[in-house]
Ligand binder design. Structure first.
Ligand code: ATP
Ligand code: MG
Length: 372
């Protein structure tokens, strides 16, 4: 029996992309994507972030119409994503493997989707030149692909995905193969181009920095499930679970019993922010960011912190702009990770040094047991 399609809710009615209760079952284990639901407004830049195997590419391929969901619906601009033949879809795509045509010139590569879509040949050169300018490759049109650097090739792929002015741009880790400096430059380029054109974009990555830098919204996935959908600041400051807190940024975790003011961890009172409806004495997990713990040789320096603990430095990692300390506190199960910027002092705490660490209650986030 054919079930009638459910009507979109009010907030979803004008969505550029609507994903509702989508599963993907490859029949070889747990569902690759499970009960995925979200909607994305036109002009927004969404990043799907998650570890390897979490279902990001599978979700993107279903949105692209390459794969049919085992369950649920995907609407692009109100139409089923697989209802339109691939060459007629107004979706631009850039994949990790670029799939540029190596024997063609840059101009020919960028013109290709226009020819496929039967654009008027008279208009093609001007349009190709305009999009090459947009990706800052004006003047490179007659080069062959192998005569370009990796980053330049990446930009050709972007121009090719955008040249027919798609309604939707899908990116699957297109920057993963680039070195860090170039990748960070290209992230800013993506952001600039997306803002300039206003094209609705879904980007897949496992690079948390990229997600924070380029996106209007982020979805974090784990084991096929959407864990959280939020803007970058909320995702960072108010992670919905320890998984999200651990995946974005560097956090230390403390397990203890709920008290009036936070957690009691092996007898240590750790001030924290409790979610509503936590019962006193129940077991919960706290997470605190490495940049929200202070460290000092003298306890008096940290008198303003809500919690202070005495510990010993077990490791120091020099990261250039900052140091990462591991500090063991007797009685706590794991060493706490602490960032320290020391631009003037140049006097790191040595391994083995006795230190005081401290934080404020609002920075230790406490999660109910069902989220642990
Ligand atoms: N065509 C396929 N047939 C069977 N299983 C598949 C297929 N494609 C993906 N899977 C499985 O589905 C799960 C999700 O894979 P997917 O490629 O979506 O992950 P991902 O988040 O994109 O990972 P990565 O970051 O490594 O690219 C994995 O367990 C994978 O083995
Ligand atoms: Mg993938």
């Amino acid at each position: 029996m054919n079930m009638p399609a459910a009507q979109p809710a009010d907030g979803e009615r004008h969505a550029a992309v609507l994903v509702r209760d989508v599963d993907m079952d490859f029949g070889n284990g747990p569902l690759a994507v499970q009960s995925a639901s979200f909607s994305l407004e036109a002009g927004r830049f969404l990043t799907i972030l998650g570890p390897s195997g979490s279902g990001k590419t599978t979700l993107l391929r279903m949105i692209a119409g390459f794969q049919k969901p085992s369950r649920g619906q995907i609407l692009i601009g109100g139409k089923a994503s697989d209802a339109v033949a691939p060459h007629k879809r107004t979706i631009g795509m850039v994949f990790q493997k670029l799939a540029l045509f190596p024997h063609m010139t840059v101009n020919e590569n960028v013109a290709f989707p226009l020819k496929m879509r039967r654009f008027n040949p008279k208009d093609i050169p001007e349009r190709v030149a305009r999009y090459l300018d947009l990706v800052r490759l004006g003047g490179y049109g007659t080069r062959r692909i192998h005569e370009l650097s990796g980053g330049q090739q990446q930009r050709v792929a972007i121009a090719r995905a955008l040249v027919f002015e798609p309604d939707l741009l899908l990116l699957d880790e297109p920057l993963a193969a680039l070195d860090r400096k170039l990748r960070e430059e290209m992230q800013l380029e993506f952001r600039r181009i997306q803002k300039e054109l206003g094209v609705t974009t879904i980007n897949v990555t496992h690079d948390q920095r990229e997600a924070l830098v380029v996106s209007d919204e982020i979805i974090v996935m784990d084991q096929g499930r959407i864990q959280q959908h939020a803007d970058p600041v909320a995702m960072y400051r108010k992670p919905a679970s320890p998984f999200v807190a651990n995946f974005i940024g560097v956090s230390s975790f403390l397990k203890g019993e709920v008290t009036e003011t936070g957690l009691s961890v092996n007898g240590f009172s750790c001030a924290g922010t409790l979610p509503r409806n936590m019962s006193l004495g129940s077991v919960a997990q706290g997470a605190i960011r490495a940049e929200q713990i202070r460290i000092s040789a003298t306890a008096a320096d940290l008198a303003s912190c809500d919690t202070t603990l005495q510990g010993t430095v077990t490791d120091t990692i020099f990261e250039g702009e900052r140091l990462l300390y591991f500090v063991a506190v007797p009685g706590l199960a794991t060493a706490l990770q602490i960032y320290h910027h020391d631009p003037l002092g140049h006097a790191p705490h040595d391994r083995g040094a006795a230190v005081t660490i401290g934080w404020n209650a609002r920075d230790l986030l406490i999660f109910p047991p069902q989220n642990m």
